[in-house]
Design a protein around this ligand. Structure first.
Ligand SMILES: [Zn+2]
Ligand SMILES: [Zn+2]
Ligand SMILES: [Zn+2]
Length: 404
C-alpha cells in the first residue's frame, strides 16, 4: 500500500527540470528527501509486529504452557496490518512482553467482564506478574532467572530455551539479592493468583466467584505499584517509553475496572483516614487528593503544583468557568490571607466533612471554614474577621493608620 501511493507522488515531484540548481528544483529535492524519509519510517512501522496479535514470547522457559500464543484480545484491530506470526527471539524483550500481558488484562477487565474475560484476565495477569518481577531481577543480573546458574549463558537466554525459576524463587531472589521486599498483601496476592491459575488451567473457572474478582483487582493493583516503585526508577530511556504508553492506557481505563478501583481504595483508605484535608482530585474525580507537599492524588498518582491544582479544582470540581466569572461569579482562585498565594478556592467539602463548606488553599494547605473568611470592605480581598481591624484587612488597616 505504501509503495503504490509513494511512487507516483515521487515521480511527479522529480520531473526532469533543465535548471538543476534553480530554487524551485532545490525545493523539489528537499521534498523528495522528506517523502523518502516518511516512506521509510512507514515501511519500518509496517514491518514491526502488531503488539496485540504478536506471539507473546517467553522470557521464561518455552515449555511453560501459558506462554504459548495468547488468545485474541476483545479490541478489534482488524484495520491494523497483520504481522508475521513467526516468533522472532528478542524482538519482544521481557519488559514490553510483560506490559503487553498487562494491557491484555486491562482489555479483558473493562466494562462488565464475563466468565471468559475473567479467565483470560487471570491467565495473563499471572504471566505479567512472573515476567515483570523477573525484569527487575534481571536488572541485578540476567543469570538470576536461570534455575541452574551454572547453565546460564547468553545463547540460551536469547533462545529462551532454558529452565527458568518459578514465582516463589523469583520473589525470594528479589528480596535476598536485589533487596526488593514486596508488601505482604501483594506478595500473598501473587501466590494466591498463581494457585488459582493452576486450578483454572485444569478445572476451568468456578462461576460467580467474587473472591476471584477481588483477587484479580488486588494483584493488578500490586503489579501497578511494583511498576511504579520498582521498575520505573532506574528504567532505561527506551523502557520509559513503553512504561509511559502502558501507564497512559491504564490511567484511561482505571475508572472502568471496578475490581481495580476497589483494590486501590482498600489499599489507600487507611492512609487517607490519617490525613486531613483530603479533597476531590480534579483529574480522576476521586476524593483522594491529599493537601500536602507535594500535592498528590493517592488514587491516580497525579502530582500537582499548587497553582495547577487550584485552577483545575475550580473548573473540574467546583465547576466555575471563566464564562461564569464574566457573568459576575467570584474569581476562580482567590488570594489566600494566610500565605498570600492566589491558590485559594471554595466553597468545598472535604473527605472528612462531606457536608460542610471550606476554603481550600493548595499552597499553605489550610482549609478554614467557609464562613470564617469575609471580604475586606476596602480592597475586597478575603480576610479573617479580626477584633482589632474589624471589617478591613490588615494591610488596609495599616495603610489607614499610617495615613493618620
Ligand atoms: Zn486522582
Ligand atoms: Zn494559603
Ligand atoms: Zn483590604
Amino acid at each position: 500500500m505504501g509503495r503504490a501511493f509513494r511512487q507516483p507522488v515521487l515521480a511527479r515531484i522529480i520531473e526532469p527540470t533543465s535548471k538543476l540548481d534553480s530554487p524551485e528544483h532545490r525545493v523539489h529535492r528537499a521534498r523528495v528527501r522528506q517523502l523518502r524519509g516518511i516512506a521509510d519510517s512507514l515501511e519500518a512501522t509496517l514491518r514491526q509486529p502488531c503488539r496485540s496479535k504478536a506471539v507473546r514470547l517467553p522470557c521464561t522457559s518455552v515449555r511453560e504452557p501459558y506462554l504459548s500464543p495468547a488468545p485474541l484480545p476483545r479490541t478489534d484491530h482488524s484495520d491494523r496490518v497483520r504481522c508475521d506470526p513467526v516468533p522472532q527471539p528478542l524482538s519482544f524483550p521481557p519488559l514490553p512482553n510483560g506490559l503487553d500481558y498487562l494491557e491484555s488484562v486491562v482489555e479483558h477487565l473493562r466494562g462488565e467482564p464475563n466468565q471468559r474475560d475473567l479467565k483470560y484476565a487471570i491467565l495473563h495477569l499471572q504471566a505479567a506478574t512472573e515476567v515483570l518481577l523477573k525484569v527487575r531481577l534481571m536488572r541485578e543480573h540476567w543469570a538470576l532467572i536461570f534455575k541452574n546458574a551454572d547453565q546460564a549463558n547468553l545463547s540460551t537466554l536469547s533462545s529462551g530455551d532454558f529452565q527458568s525459576i518459578g514465582l516463589k524463587e523469583t520473589i525470594s531472589r528479589l528480596k535476598g539479592i536485589a533487596g526488593v521486599d514486596l508488601p505482604t498483601v501483594h506478595r500473598n496476592g501473587f501466590f494466591r493468583l498463581a494457585d488459582e491459575r493452576n486450578k483454572l488451567q485444569h478445572y476451568g473457572l468456578d462461576s460467580g466467584s467474587q473472591s476471584i474478582e477481588s483477587l484479580v483487582g488486588l494483584v493488578l493493583d500490586g503489579l501497578l505499584c511494583f511498576i511504579r516503585d520498582r521498575l520505573r526508577p532506574d528504567a532505561a530511556t527506551h523502557e520509559l517509553a513503553v512504561l509511559d504508553e502502558t501507564q497512559e492506557l491504564i490511567q484511561e481505563e482505571l475508572k472502568r475496572i471496578d475490581v481495580l478501583v476497589q483494590a486501590i481504595w482498600d489499599r489507600i483508605t487507611p492512609e487517607l483516614e490519617k490525613r486531613d484535608p483530603v479533597v476531590f482530585c480534579p483529574d480522576c474525580h476521586q476524593p483522594a487528593l491529599v493537601l500536602d507537599d507535594p500535592l498528590r492524588c493517592h488514587f491516580c498518582e497525579h502530582v500537582w503544583t499548587p497553582e495547577e491544582a487550584a485552577s483545575a479544582y475550580a473548573s473540574e470540581i467546583l465547576n466555575v468557568t471563566w464564562h461564569d466569572i464574566a457573568k459576575g461569579a467570584d474569581p476562580v482562585c482567590r488570594l489566600c490571607p494566610e500565605c498570600g498565594s492566589e491558590t485559594l478556592v471554595g466553597p468545598s467539602p472535604t473527605r472528612s466533612s462531606p457536608h460542610d463548606d471550606y476554603w481550600i488553599c493548595f499552597s499553605c494547605q489550610q482549609s478554614p471554614p467557609y464562613e470564617r473568611l469575609s471580604e475586606c470592605l476596602k480592597c475586597g480581598e478575603l480576610m479573617e474577621m479580626d477584633d482589632e481591624t474589624g471589617t478591613v484587612c490588615q494591610s488596609c488597616f495599616d495603610e489607614a493608620v499610617y495615613k493618620d
